[in-house]
Ligand binder design. Structure first.
Ligand SMILES: Nc1nc2c(ncn2[C@@H]2O[C@H](COP(=O)(O)OP(=O)(O)OP(=O)(O)O)[C@@H](O)[C@H]2O)c(=O)[nH]1
Ligand SMILES: [Mg+2]
Length: 220
């Protein structure tokens, strides 16, 4: 496996992948900062840091929001190498965006040399039911063929199931670390807590520079 131990045992590097325009940035912005973004500004690369509590355990999530547009995907291999878990996002209004996920999953398995990498399939834009072209059964059959990879339908617009997809992924990472004996996750950190959320962005225009603010997501 190429999965390096993290600097801190409770660092969870989450990579958000999927075709252009499916809503990766909107989902990430809703999760990290509770904001809805109406306009479309293709991402080059954005990274966020957020502290969350999962089943009573404090976790630091490093979230990498990646580019769907082909011209910006040259860094993808590097992102995949460093990721501990992946959100594979498609839009329920685009069949080709669903098919793109198979290619991405194959790439992840090849690069990580591991078929048990934490993954969540995300069918976004569930508010656009009238424009749906991907049926739930079609998405579930892909989830089934991938060994029952969790499948969620989300709406970044309505903030539906947004926390759930990130937290599911964290739980999978925690479970995998326990199974693979990455030590006791409850041991002390190697580094001091980074404090409030951090944000780093590379984009063509600086339009979507979101305010830094301390936010937490607590799952009760
Ligand atoms: N109706 C609806 N529109 C959405 C939803 N999520 C995103 N959008 C819209 O879809 C467009 C693209 O969203 P982004 O989040 O920028 O898409 P992306 O996947 O990050 O695209 P790239 O950065 O190019 O890879 C924007 O205009 C959003 O407002 C959703 O859940 N519902
Ligand atoms: Mg984006």
């Amino acid at each position: 496996m190429t999965d390096d131990p993290p600097r801190r045992r409770r660092d969870y590097r989450i990579v958000v992948l999927g075709a252009g325009g499916v809503g990766k940035s909107c989902l990430t912005a809703q999760f990290v900062q509770n904001v809805w973004i109406e306009s479309y500004d293709p991402t080059i690369e954005d990274s966020y840091r957020k502290q969350v509590q999962v089943d009573g355990r404090q976790c630091i999530l490093e979230i990498l929001d990646t580019a769907g547009a082909e011209q910006f995907t040259n860094m993808r291999e590097l992102y995949i190498k460093s990721g501990h878990g992946f959100l594979l996002v498609f839009s329920i209004t685009s069949l080709s965006s669903l098919y793109e996920l198979s290619r991405l999953r194959e790439q992840i398995i090849r690069i990580k040399e591991d078929e048990t990498i934490p993954l969540v399939i995300v069918g976004n834009k569930s508010d656009l039911e009238r424009e749906r072209v991907v049926s739930r059964s079609e998405a579930f059959s892909i989830s089934h063929s991938w060994g029952n990879t969790p499948y969620y339908e989300t709406s970044a617009r309505r903030r539906a199931n947004v926390d759930e997809v990130f937290i599911d992924l964290c739980r999978q990472i925690i479970r995998k670390r326990k199974i693979e004996g990455w030590g006791n996750d409850d041991e002390i950190d190697y580094e001091p807590d980074p404090g409030p959320d951090h944000y780093h962005s590379r984009r063509r225009r600086g339009r979507r520079r979101l305010a830094r603010r301390e936010s937490r997501c607590t799952i009760l």
